[in-house]
Design a protein around this ligand. Structure first.
Ligand SMILES: [Zn+2]
Length: 165
């Protein structure tokens, strides 16, 4: 288990999620329980000028919950790169949205496991540019706390989750 306190924080990237999407994430998590839920968040990426320079806002606009027969979504994600690509292309063509985060839940806690770390590294190196520096969002199935992480320069960094109204 990674120690979140030691994890670096990437302040130049923020993921912004509206309460509606949070509700959809919760529904997805409850449906999959006691297994881990998983899905994809699609939206826009905007470059915003702040005092310190530029910030990248990943704005979630659409959530696709995946039903998984697997006991863990991790194997589901890896075995279904093709399906991931299809859903992602559909979002791009139909809604003009891009993949902004891979979502899954944990029975308790919302920090990346060792397996998550391996999978973040795997996707980063899988050759598909859509998965490069991918943001992973993890929801705690007990208190629905949502955390976000990015795999960057071969390490996991935490990023801020902002819930807008
Ligand atoms: Zn996990």
């Amino acid at each position: 288990m990674d120690d979140v306190r030691k994890m670096k924080f990437e302040k130049d990237i923020v993921i912004i999620v509206n309460p509606n999407i949070i509700d959809n994430l919760k529904i997805c998590v409850k449906k999959a329980s006691p297994n881990e839920a998983c899905g994809l968040l699609f939206g826009d990426i905007k470059e915003v000028q702040v005092i310190e320079g530029f910030q990248y806002h990943y704005i979630a606009q659409k959530f696709e919950c995946f039903e998984s027969d697997e006991k863990s979504p991790v194997s589901f994600l890896i075995e279904n790169i093709k399906k991931l690509n299809e859903v992602w292309q559909n979002a791009a063509q139909k809604f003009n949205l891009r993949l902004i985060s891979i979502f899954h839940s944990h029975p308790a806690g919302s920090s990346p496991s060792g397996v998550d770390h391996d999978n973040m590294e795997f996707l980063d190196n899988c050759g598909n540019r859509a998965f490069k520096n991918q943001i992973w969002t993890i929801m705690d199935a007990q208190n629905f706390n949502l955390n976000a992480y990015i795999y960057y320069n071969e390490e996991i960094m935490k990023i801020a989750v902002e819930i807008n109204k």
